[in-house]
Design a protein around this ligand. Structure first.
Ligand code: PEP
Ligand code: MG
Length: 913
């Protein structure tokens, strides 16, 4: 039998299930599942994602022929369930056609509603509904959507208004009305006529009258939309492969715009912004779904408490609220009760917060969609912890529910409270996505991207956003819209991105032509500063300082849960006592890399450092090093104190020397005076330090081996600091690390100097401590000869920055010149300096660990390149059996979570076997 391409659902039956999302897309799989668990869903069918790939392989005609028999059969099924007939004049069935990929891509692809209408069928709808206005309004919406999506009648330039909207505006003006719903039947008839005329004039084609032709046009348009620009961009951002394809969902239409007992809306089983366990959502009476999402009318709240909170924020008195903006709970109590029960049922069934769409048609509730709701990082943590405490999911599941990278948002800035006192509140909108952002105003997506590329921080201000604004939203610090509710495009997308957003700030007037926004007579221009608070909805007319977020109890609970499961330890890369303290507060259990050269960039130390480098003789160097020693020792004391009781790996001096010397005349003259030599002598020395390939030049242990006195001084400072603290009763575990080892003897030579210096200081002070001497493995030769190096080195730390550089032969500093093209051409999937290349660099890490431990079974191995805080790389390190990863302090929570997840995955895999 030929493979199945169409799966039907309806009336409590379905050919698909929720675990078939790869084939049916998320929406299709859930529509099937909802039927199976008794949630009322309009009958329909799903065309598989595989068919989308066939469409791109075989072309339109071939796919239509392949699909036709199954689609006809499925259509007959819908007709029988609904008791209606597609294209029938007396008893017509209308359809919706929507996309639905495996991963949710909100608003990225196109939807067509009311399909199947033509002049004759329209009469049937009028006769059946007895509502002429509703029928004509549905007709004009259909032509508008179909004309745009299938026939391509769209604005040409970004400043143009939509051709259909233009006609609507003309007719409203002629009729002397302000709102769409004030248009009379005659106005709507006129609208339909002008729409059709515009389609013919602009596309050269008549608007199709055959419902069958309409259906195939719509199905093909959904397949086409998989490759539209914004879908491609979204996939790129989210790492969704093009091969996944989209499914097409065709469903019987139900109408939320059939009068006052009809409504439509979206709802969430918990708060997607802050995670609170509170059913919430919005509804619009006598409206179609697109009205809610497009933010054209401001929707009302579903629950009474939500409505009251909303009114309070908007400064609307309770009596006015009850009268003009009642909640669904108050206005449609029966429907509300059913909706509430079903949302709860869906959450329990899927065991996660649900984002649902529904329609009420003449008093009957239908669910159109459910999916696991997108949420902010804050809500993600709270919901996972709450579901765990409520006994709905296990600890392991709670940990697996957290996206490591999204934890970043919890560490995101909030406004500095003091700075806020002086800030002017310009207006207030809805707190659509939390966080705080300050930046310069831009009005267009393209400008946001361009300004961002110029290192400017921008706030994208729009009347409302659409999927076309995606690139700009990504580049902006925050998004402010004049229209739209908590479920508007801006709100939903910003939340998914973890970006701060204030939506529906209705007092703002945006003028795209003049590039201004006006509130109560205050005019702000493009480039002016503005600040928005996505947690309160406040908009400030100034630049307001932000500060880092504080951790809450849920976050702390999550973090302590990671300790219960993770085997891999997490240390931090920290070069100052301050960073070490932050790292410790985030739960780092040591320092995996202290880059000592970073300690010399301060004004007070740089001169002594320069003296040391510019000195011609060993005595001169020793002289200068003596000046540096107390500074180093003081810094180390601070770091070891902050990390009392934890191991601290201190790396000996690494960078190319020419980075430290003065290249300008003034600096050179100053050094000449300090050192009592001629400026020429200084200039010559600076020139002699220049290298063609500094990254492959005189750095790492090559420095220590040519100038052993540096190693000597640094060892004295490290051990000296630890002995000082030991006298204060603080325990230190120093690990002295030799950088850039490639040859065993490079290491041995350095180890000799280190051990001699340590013994010397132990003898002088009459006390000793334990310390380890190990090396970075960051030169491929070191990885290849790890067994030899482990014969001397007591620990390995993989410097995957340099190891990636030298394995690929890509300069760390110059990869940007070709990386975008490599990513574009898919030669590389990701930047290997961000995500560890497991096949190549990772193979060296694995091999070196195994070979090193074959000689020294207790060899401690860690990683300290930038990959140490990247979740997939952390999981790899766990799988290879490293002892720890080390990353920047703010990524410590992410690494801890990834480490716990790696262990849980390992346990789950073991249980399967
Ligand atoms: C590395 O090379 O991975 C490393 C951690 O050292 P640096 O980045 O300082 O070269
Ligand atoms: Mg390095």
């Amino acid at each position: 039998m030929d493979k199945k391409r169409v799966y039907t659902f309806g009336k409590g039956e379905a050919e698909g299930r929720s675990d078939m999302r790869n084939l049916l897309g998320g929406k299709g799989a859930n529509l099937a599942e909802m039927n199976l668990i008794g949630v009322p869903v309009p009958p329909g069918f799903t065309i598989t994602t595989d068919t989308c790939n066939e469409y791109y392989e075989k072309g339109k005609d071939a796919v239509v022929e392949l699909l036709r028999p199954e689609v006809n059969k499925a259509l007959a099924y819908i007709e029988s369930v609904m008791g209606l007939k597609f294209g029938d004049v007396k008893n017509p069935l209308l359809l919706s056609v929507r996309s639905g990929a495996r991963a949710s891509m909100p608003g990225m692809m196109d939807t067509i509603l009311n399909l199947g209408l033509n002049d004759e069928v329209l009469q049937g709808i009028i006769a059946k509904s007895g509502n002429e206005r509703f029928a004509w309004d549905s007709y004009r919406r259909f032509i508008q959507m179909y004309g745009d999506v299938v026939m391509g009648l769209k604005p040409v330039n970004k400043e143009d208004i939509d051709p259909f909207e233009k006609i609507i505006e003309e007719i409203k003006e002629e009729a002397g009305v302000k709102l769409d719903n004030e248009l009379s039947v005659d106005n709507l008839k006129e609208l339909v006529g002008r729409f059709k005329k515009a389609v013919k004039e602009e596309t050269g084609k008549d608007f199709p009258t055959s419902p069958e032709e309409q259906l195939w046009g719509a199905i093909m348009a959904v397949f086409d939309s998989w490759m539209n620009e914004r879908a491609i961009l979204y996939r790129k951002m989210e790492g969704i492969p093009a091969e996944w394809g989209t499914a097409v969902n065709v469903q019987a239409m139900v109408f939320g715009n059939m009068g006052e007992t009809s409504a439509t809306g979206v709802c969430f089983s918990r708060d997607a912004g802050n995670g609170e366990n509170l059913f919430n959502g919005e509804y619009l009476i006598n409206a179609q779904g697109e009205d809610v999402v497009a933010g054209i009318r401001t929707p009302q709240q579903i629950t009474k408490i939500g409505s009251q909170r909303w009114a309070e924020r908007a400064g609307i008195p309770e009596a006015v609220r009850r009268e003009q903006y009642p909640s669904m709970e108050e206005a449609m109590p029966e429907i509300y009760k059913e909706l509430n029960e079903l949302q709860h049922k869906l959450e329990l069934h899927y065991r996660d917060m649900q984002d649902m769409e529904y329609t009420v048609q003449e008093g009957k509730l239908w669910f159109l969609q459910t999916r696991n709701g997108k949420r902010t990082g804050h809500a993600m943590v709270k919901i996972a912890m709450d579901l765990m405490r409520e006994g709905i999911i296990t600890e392991e599941e709670a940990l697996m529910r957290i996206e490591p990278n999204k934890l970043d948002e919890l560490l995101h800035p909030v406004f500095d409270k003091k700075a806020l006192l002086n800030a002017r509140v310009l207006t207030k909108g809805l707190p659509a996505s939390p966080g705080a952002a300050s930046g310069q105003i831009v009005f267009f997506s393209e400008d946001a991207t361009a300004w961002h590329a110029d290192n400017k921080r921008v706030i994208l201000v729009r009347i409302e956003t659409s999927p076309e604004d995606l690139a700009g939203m990504t580049s902006a610090e925050g998004i402010l819209t004049a229209r739209g509710g908590m479920t508007s495009h801006a709100a939903v997308v910003a939340r998914g991105m973890g970006k701060c957003c204030v939506s529906g700030a209705g007092a703002i007037q945006v003028d795209y032509k003049k590039r201004t926004l006006t509130v109560d007579g205050v005019v702000l221009h493009e480039g002016d500063y503005i600040s928005i608070d996505g947690s309160t909805g406040n908009v400030y007319a100034d630049r307001v300082e932000t500060k880092a977020a504080e951790m809450d109890d849920d976050f702390r609970e999550l973090m302590s849960l990671t300790n219960k499961y993770a085997k891999l330890k997490v240390r931090a890369n920290a070069d100052t006592p301050h960073d070490a303290q932050i790292a410790r507060s985030f739960g780092a259990v040591g320092i995996g890399l202290c880059r000592t050269e970073h300690m010399f960039f301060e004004e007070s130390k740089i001169r002594a450092m320069r003296e040391m480098i510019l000195a011609e003789t060993a005595e001169g160097r020793l002289q200068a090093l003596k000046k540096l020693l107390p500074y180093q020792q003081e810094d180390f004391r601070g770091i070891f104190r902050a990390m009392a009781g934890c191991p601290v790996t201190v790396r000996l001096l690494d960078p190319p020397l020419h980075e430290f010397v003065p290249h300008d005349e003034n600096g050179q003259r100053e050094m000449a005076e300090t050192m009592g030599v001629s400026i020429d002598a200084i200039r010559q020395r600076v020139e002699s330090l220049m290298e063609h390939n500094p990254m492959l030049g005189h750095r790492g242990c090559r420095l220590g081996n040519t100038y052993p006195e540096i190693t000597y001084m640094q060892t004295r400072a490290i051990i000296g600091a630890c002995l000082d603290l030991q006298e204060e009763g603080i325990t230190c575990f120093p690990e002295i690390m030799v950088p850039l080892t490639g040859i065993l003897y490079e290491f041995k030579e350095q180890e000799r100097v280190i051990r001699e210096a340590a013994e010397e200081i132990f003898k002088e002070r009459g006390i000793r401590i334990d310390y380890k001497v190990g090396t970075m493995i960051e030169v491929p030769r070191a990885a290849l000869t790890a067994d030899r190096i482990a014969s001397s080195a007591e620990f390995f730390s993989f410097g995957t920055n340099d190891l990636t550089q030298m394995t690929f032969g890509y300069s760390r500093d110059d990869i940007a010149s070709f990386l975008p093209i490599y990513l574009e051409k898919k030669i590389l999937k990701v930047d290997p300096f961000q995500v560890l290349d497991q096949k190549g660099v990772g193979k060296l890490v694995r091999m070196a660990t195994e070979n090193g431990r074959s000689i020294r079974p207790d060899l401690k191995c860690g990683i300290c390149g930038e990959h140490g805080g990247e979740p997939s790389s952390v999981k790899f390190c766990h799988n290879v059996g490293l002892n720890y990863v080390s990353c920047s302090p703010f990524r410590v929570p992410i690494a801890r979570l990834a480490a716990a997840q790696a262990q849980i995955e390992e346990d789950r895999n073991a249980a399967k076997k």
